[in-house]
Design a binder for this molecule. Structure first.
Ligand code: PLP
Length: 417
């Protein structure tokens, strides 16, 4: 693990991300504000993956030779790091997956296999498609019923609906921890309380939360947590599902293949214990090592100072959007209007301008944004919006990024009248 950074120093952080020194289109500095889609990778993570493939590359668990043992140890160490990052009770509660989507599909299949027609799953109208479509597919397979918490005017999951929607038939409440559109933090305590009164499980989609510092799955009192490495300054192709050990241990496998079995005959197979039961085939080994390095890197950042830094920048983004919106009434922030109980993910709509056109003009200023429905089409449709433009900040963003965004947006609005 790196030496702790004494205070939050954004320039020292930036120096660790080589991509931030590149020029967009070969001429303008990069202002990367698309962190909710994928965050950038620091040297520590790039170095860890390179060292793994140079020195320890082999398949895990299968070989009795020095490299195979070293690779197996590195893979196990990565699991320990992720387990510590989310405050799991035991390493075996962490299953490596392809990402949040892979983790949620795992739950939808393995936990879903324990459900029957008429059982209910409570979701919300603010979910990413990754936490909606797997449950729709489960509904087609088993006849479970899906019910949806509403969304408040300021873009939060409406936990006031819980009493009405969570009945004795409810087996799972699966909601996002932080919205990838509005940045709002879900009132997890209210969700857990409602679930516990009827004996239902709780799963959180942590894709947007996990990059902002360690997570306490025990403190949250939940059963499953899904996360993606590529949003946490790690490589793509890997993520994790954390599950309470006794809950995971009672579930059947999802994917079948090598390493997830205890015994195999031509007639039948029996299953390995967790976590192997849920990791069929060769896992993303180098990527898991990279994810381990990313959580190590995140764990040595002063995340409270980083949150104050990004919160301050995001407040400037909100003020800037309000100033532009006030001048011509065209710009609306979709979600909380202040930085209270939210993360720095800011979506906005501009009357008479398509998000893709805005993004294209901002790209010519070196500013990377995302435009569209951000895989949350039902929420956008509920607001009568085809899409929004989204600026999402990470700890390496600085005042120059915010200035470039606001002046680029001014330019876009002038051009798109
Ligand atoms: C809230 C949320 N859930 C799920 C996902 C899906 O993550 P992945 O594509 O890494 O599986 C995302 C990614 O944008 C997200 O923001």
């Amino acid at each position: 693990m790196n030496a702790p950074l004494r205070a939050f120093d954004v320039e020292a952080i930036r120096a660790q991300f080589p991509i931030l020194r590149t020029l967009v289109h070969g001429k303008v500095p990069l202002h990367y504000l698309d962190n909710a889609a994928t965050a950038q990778v620091p040297d520590a993570v790039l170095d860890a993956m390179r060292a793994h493939d140079e020195l320890r590359r082999a398949n895990v668990k299968r070989g009795v030779h020095a490299l195979a043992e070293a690779a197996t140890d590195a893979y196990a160490a990565a699991r320990t790091k992720v387990a510590q990052y989310v405050n799991a009770r035991e390493d075996r509660e962490v299953i490596f997956t392809s990402g949040t989507t892979g983790a949620i599909n795992l739950v939808a299949h393995a936990f879903g296999a324990t459900l029957k027609a008429g059982d209910e799953i409570v979701l919300s109208g603010l979910e990413h498609h990754s936490n909606l479509v797997p449950w729709q597919l489960l509904r087609e397979r088993t006849g479970v019923k899906l019910r949806f918490l509403g969304v408040t005017e300021d873009g939060r999951i409406d936990t006031g609906d819980l009493d009405e929607l969570v009945s004795e038939r409810c087996k799972l409440i699966a909601v996002t921890h932080v919205s990838n559109v509005t940045g709002a933090i879900t009132d997890v305590a209210a969700v857990v309380r409602a679930a516990r009164t009827v004996g239902a499980r709780v799963m959180l989609d942590g894709a947007q939360r996990a990059s902002h510092g360690p997570v306490d799955v025990q403190g949250l009192g939940i059963d499953f947590y899904a996360l993606s490495s590529h949003k946490m300054f790690g490589p793509s192709g890997v993520g994790a599902l954390w599950g309470r050990a006794e809950v995971l241990a009672a579930l059947p496998p999802f994917l079948g293949g090598g390493e997830m079995i205890r015994t195999v005959t031509l007639e039948k197979s029996t299953w390995a214990d967790i976590p192997a039961r849920f990791e069929a085939g060769t896992p993303p080994i180098t990527q898991a090592v990279g994810m381990g390095a990313a959580v190590d890197w995140l764990a040595q950042v002063d995340t409270a100072a980083a949150a104050a830094h990004t919160g301050h920048l995001a407040a400037r983004v909100l003020d800037g959007l309000r100033a532009i919106g006030g001048a011509n009434k065209r710009v609306r922030v979709i979600g909380p209007q202040t930085m209270e109980r939210r993360y720095p993910v800011i979506a906005f709509a501009v009357d008479g301008a398509h998000p893709h056109d805005i993004c294209q003009i901002l790209d010519s200023h070196g500013v990377a944004l995302r435009g569209g429905h951000h895989c949350a089409q039902p929420f956008h449709e509920s607001r009568g919006l085809a899409g929004t433009t989204r600026a999402s900040l990470a700890l390496y963003n600085n005042a120059a990024d915010v200035d470039a965004f606001l002046s680029g947006l001014d330019d876009a609005l002038t051009k798109l009248t």
